[in-house]
Each structure stands twice: as structure tokens, then as C-alpha cells.
Design a protein around this ligand. Structure first.
Ligand code: DAK
Length: 259
């Protein structure tokens, strides 16, 4: 397995785990980290033995945002011409396999945005979410103004983005940003168990389910339902769909071919 400076990767059965690992900077998302993250995501995406990815950080920080020290001297020309830290970021939202964020500690700015690019978020009870960019004289730049209101509604999103305040895990669960909150010590067990369950399904079925849910955020209800119907019909081409229904009828466990 490739070795990296700012992240660590491991696999557990069909689950690929990526841990952001820049402890001295609370996993601030510097360009090298983002580049490595993109490489690790590509590797898991291309590996037929992987069915789900877990993205996590440390107990203290998922990620405290983009690297402010790296950003502070940049001019408009710099960020525009370099398409500043765009490429690796897009991988997180473009990966077609399911990806679960396991968040402990700070998920601020780009850290919160990166968690929201994943398919769902499991939070430890010490997690803190926020979009503090306004306190730096700027605004979220990795989708925060668009994804946060889709998760939590306009009022809460405006509250967080305009005041820059943090919200704790309980508030994040109440407003729908996270799917569940667990004690810190159980975070990885819970996230990996969920990921193993997903990875234990037919891979093409989880991939089209993800694509169909994501379509809900891109289109009207009527178009979304039409997309779902056609995609549902298309699952009848999967060998695993035939196997899943036969296994149910035969009262046995399905043997997926991931085809
Ligand atoms: N960048 C760089 N270094 C950071 C950092 C960050 N975001 N956050 C923390 N660190 C560093 C600190 O500078 C400190 O380093 P040393 O002083 O030891 O060298 C070390 O991590 C430990 O931090 P603290 O000493 O501050 O630790 P505390 O426990 O006291 O405080 C904190 C933790 C998370 C409350 C605090 O560190 C903090 O407020 N950090 C900044 C949070 C923040 O404002 N984040 C938003 C950053 S702006 C884009 C994509 C994304 C973005 C933009 C564009 N594109 C795709 C184009 C996103 C922008 C942002 O995220």
C-alpha cells in the first residue's frame, strides 16, 4: 500500500480507511494533503476489493479547515490561475463508491465542507462543526454555502455562516447534519461497522443508490423520481439483482458477484 506524509490508509475487509494525519496543524488541509487524499481516493475507487470508504481524522480534529498559513499570502491571480486546492477536493464529492465521514473534534471550514462531501456523517460526541471563514474576512469556498443549507435549512446555515460559531454534535444531529452521534471511543468501530455493512451489499447496487439519492439535490422532484425509476429498472440488468431475489426466495444468504 502507498505511503503518504499527510494521510494514512488501511483496509479492513472490503472497507478502505483514510485517516487525515497532520496532527501539528489539526489536520489543516494543505495542498499536499489534498493531493494525497485524491491519490488515496483514486486507489480505493479503482480497487475492486473495496466496497466502501471511511474518511476520518484524529480524536481532536477531523480537519480545522483549509491551511490558513498556506492561503494567507495568496493573491486572486494565484488562487484563480492555480485553481487553488480544487482538484483533490472534487474527488471526495465525485467518488462513485459510498464514502462515510467519521468526525471527531473540529470539523471547521474546509473540514466541515469535506465531511459534507461524503455520503453521510457519523460524529463522535466531541465533534464541533462550523464555517468560521467569515471571521477571516472570507466565505466558505468548498461548497459550504450550498451544501450546509441543503443539510440543515436556511436559518441554521445562515446562523453558522454569518456568525462563524461552532455547533456541537448534539445540535448537529438535531438539525440533520449528522446521521448519528456516538461516544468518541466507539467512533471508528461504529463507522467501520456501517461501512462493512455497506461494503457487504452488491457494489453496483450501492453505487446506483448513492447516485439516485444525490440526484435529489440536483433536480426537481418529478425529474428525480423519473431518474430513480429508470435506475431501478436498470438494476434488473445486474447479476446481483437476480441473485439477491433468488436468495430471498430460497431463504439463503445472497452471494454477490458485484456485477
Ligand atoms: N490552518 C493552518 N493551521 C491551523 C489551522 C488552519 N485552519 N487550524 C489550526 N492550525 C494550527 C495552529 O496554527 C496551531 O499551530 P502552531 O501555532 O502550534 O504552529 C496548531 O494548528 C494548533 O492549533 P491551536 O493552537 O489554535 O489549537 P486550539 O486547540 O487552541 O484551537 C481551533 C483549535 C480549531 C479552534 C483553532 O486552531 C482555530 O480556530 N483554527 C482555525 C479554524 C478556521 O478558521 N478554519 C477555517 C479555515 S478557512 C477551497 C476549499 C476550502 C476552503 C477554501 C477554498 N477551494 C476548494 C478553493 C476553506 C477555507 C477554510 O477552511
Amino acid at each position: 500500500m502507498a505511503s503518504y506524509d499527510n494521510i494514512q490508509t488501511e483496509t479492513k475487509d472490503r472497507v478502505g480507511i483514510i485517516r487525515l494525519n497532520r496532527p501539528k496543524a489539526l489536520n489543516a488541509l494543505c495542498a499536499d494533503l489534498i493531493r494525497e487524499l485524491g491519490m488515496a481516493l483514486d486507489a480505493f475507487e479503482g480497487d475492486p476489493a473495496i466496497g466502501c470508504v471511511v474518511l476520518t481524522g484524529s480524536d481532536k480534529a477531523f480537519a480545522a479547515g483549509a491551511d490558513i498559513k498556506e492561503m494567507k499570502e495568496k493573491s486572486y491571480q494565484d488562487v484563480f490561475l492555480q485553481d487553488f486546492i480544487t482538484v483533490g477536493w472534487e474527488k471526495v464529492s465525485q467518488i462513485r463508491k459510498p464514502i462515510v465521514a467519521a468526525v471527531a473534534g473540529y470539523a471547521l471550514g474546509g473540514g466541515c465542507e469535506m465531511a459534507m462531501m461524503c455520503d453521510f456523517i457519523i460524529a463522535a460526541d466531541n465533534a464541533k462543526f462550523g464555517q468560521p471563514e467569515i471571521t477571516l474576512g472570507t466565505i466558505p469556498g468548498a461548497g459550504g454555502t450550498q451544501r450546509l443549507p441543503r443539510f440543515v435549512g436556511k436559518s441554521k446555515a445562515m446562523d453558522l455562516i454569518l456568525t462563524g460559531r461552532m455547533m456541537d454534535a448534539a445540535e448537529a444531529e438535531r438539525c440533520g447534519l449528522v446521521s448519528r452521534v456516538v461516544p468518541l471511543a466507539q467512533l471508528m468501530d461504529e463507522a467501520v461497522t456501517a461501512a462493512e455493512k455497506i461494503a457487504g451489499m452488491s457494489l453496483p447496487a450501492t453505487m446506483v443508490a448513492k447516485e439516485a439519492v444525490n440526484r435529489a439535490f440536483e433536480t426537481t422532484l418529478a425529474e428525480g423520481v423519473r431518474f430513480e425509476r429508470r435506475t431501478f429498472h436498470a438494476t434488473f440488468a445486474f447479476e446481483d439483482r437476480a441473485e439477491g431475489m433468488s436468495a430471498f426466495a430460497d431463504k439463503r444468504k445472497a452471494r454477490w458477484k458485484h456485477r
